[in-house]
Ligand binder design. Structure first.
Ligand code: GLU
Length: 201
């Protein structure tokens, strides 16, 4: 179980997320990544296997712009510690991104059900099933929070999750069960979320 950090406010999210990931580094992890929504509503995800330095190297070539984003350091429980399995995970339309700490115990049942519904899986993780569940739940729900609630009704397990979507931009939806996640209220209407106080402070 590793780390989550999220930022929504008036400042550029990228440098804040990266600093949060640096502060989570002491926990140990096998990959890291982030997703940021730009002001034009484009969701951009960058993730890399290995140390944070690997991700930083890629981000030096261009940090995705935007003031709302989520980031993750992974400690693999389902699937190899490689780039594909690194978080965030995205929906088939690339318009929802999710980071997850913990284990979804009924992931294989959900995976089979979603494959029957026509979803293709790009990773071996338990987490990816939930981003597709949220995608599916958007058919009956117009807000990201309602779609996340509907998706989480179907999962069993321990989790801390943070989700962003270009279909409902400018917000981070978070949920937790048996896994730590705290909300930090910043300055001028900005908010942070973190799995660890050190990342938020
Ligand atoms: N179960 C998820 C995975 O294997 C999350 C692991 C974590 O908490 O970092 O990708």
């Amino acid at each position: 179980m590793c780390g989550i950090i999220g930022y929504v406010g008036a400042r550029e999210a990228g440098p804040i997320l990266l600093e949060g990931l640096r502060r989570l580094e002491y926990r140990g992890y096998d990959s890291a990544g982030l997703s940021i929504i730009s002001s034009e509503g484009r969701l951009c995800t960058v993730k890399e296997a290995g140390k944070l330095a690997q991700l930083e190297r890629v981000l030096e070539e261009g940090m995705p712009p935007g003031t709302c984003g989520i980031a993750h350091t992974r400690w693999a429980t389902h699937g190899a510690p490689n780039r594909e399995n690194a978080h965030p995970h995205w929906s088939r339309g690339r318009d929802i991104a999710l980071v997850h700490n913990g284990i979804f115990e009924n992931a294989s049942v959900l995976r089979s059900m979603l494959i029957d519904l026509g979803y293709a899986f790009e990773t071996e993780t338990d987490s990816e099933a939930v981003v597709h569940l949220i995608d599916e739940a958007f058919k009956d729900n117009s807000s990201l929070e309602d779609a996340v609630v509907a998706a989480l009704d179907q999962v069993v397990g321990a989790y801390g999750i943070a989700v962003v979507s270009s279909r409902d931009p400018g917000k981070i939806v978070v949920a937790r069960k048996g896994s730590p996640l705290l909300i930090g209220i910043g300055k001028n209407g900005e908010n942070l979320v973190g799995s660890d106080a050190s990342a938020v402070i």
